[in-house]
Design a protein around this ligand. Sequence first.
Ligand SMILES: *Cc1c(COP(=O)(O)O)cnc(C)c1O
Length: 379
Amino acid sequence: MAIMVTRSSLPPYEEYCEEIRKFWDSHWLTNMGEEHQLLQQRLKEYLGCPEVVLFTNGHLALENVIAAFDFPKGSEVITTPFTFVSTTHAIVRNGLKPVFCDVDPVDYTLDDTKLEDLITEKTVAIVPVHVYGNLCHVDAIDRIAKKYGLKVIYDAAHAFAETFGGVSPALFGDASMFSFHATKVFNTIEGGAVTTKDAALAEKLEDMKNFGIRNAESCVFAGGNAKMNEFQAAMGICNLRHLPEEIKKRKAVFERYSERLAGVNNIVLPHIEEGVQSNYTYYPVIFKESPEDTPSAPVSSGGKKRRDRIFDRLKDNDIIARKYFYPLTSAYECYREQMEDPYRVTPVAAWTADRVLTLPLYADLEPENADRIADIILA
Ligand SMILES: *Cc1c(COP(=O)(O)O)cnc(C)c1O
């Protein structure tokens, strides 16, 4: 059987059955039922965050939280192209203009030193991404946002179960979005949440995800439908119980790769920042053509060719790694025409996207298979 880049975590079959058995008594399958409320409560405690609003998926969580601020149409939102398309789509689908900032060459998150140059009178918000679970430079971003009166909404899809100095990223900025998609470190099949300290914002989001309905005879605005259902919530309750074990096993695979690949010329391994408790969700490796191949002096497209060759060689062995994130969101056909050349405006992001490969990483990946993957790369 092929080894995929990830494999969804499932609780023991009997445990999930036990969790959902009550639905056959209550016949309550969605609409913020008992299980939904229970997961919401557990996540508030787990994240140490006063407000957690559950959504049917992470994307709609992000789209709705951006919408909740009622920014004037056509306003500019500073973000990065080194992310999953969802981040850019959520901005665009709100009638706002994404303005792409380059990323930091070490942690691939928004480079705050390039942020101020991009701010105009039309800028209303910053949507940074905690890439691979590397946390953004939150203090610097916060300082700049305050100075210019901008909102900060984090795409924290990768950062669930992490802490920075003991604090969850759920508390950063004006709000954060977490994804509980099947491929993420914690899943509710599909699912997501917005976290915030702002009770009024949370209340508005609760209405937005349920048609703007306040009660049986009151509908206060034209909301959509983005509710997490009871089966999703039940999966979350079960998976949350196993999360510490899940992360421990991921850590073992992560460390195995690091042991095997450390000190090899022209490859850059993931680094975990000081003070960050990682969730070991991804194992991104950068393949350079030579020591001189850096974002400030890229050596032709040799690095990309090398990355693609390793991707193909792994595939020949039934191992499916992922060029993640590649292409940049600004390079997709739906944006390319309207955007400036990514190699010019976001050179570090473009350089990184051309050379990165995320290796298979999930809790039950056998150490022998991690070794086999490392051996193919070394060869
Ligand atoms: C997964 C992901 C999303 C979207 O979340 P879904 O739950 O799949 O809708 C958004 N941004 C990033 C960075 C992601 O990885």
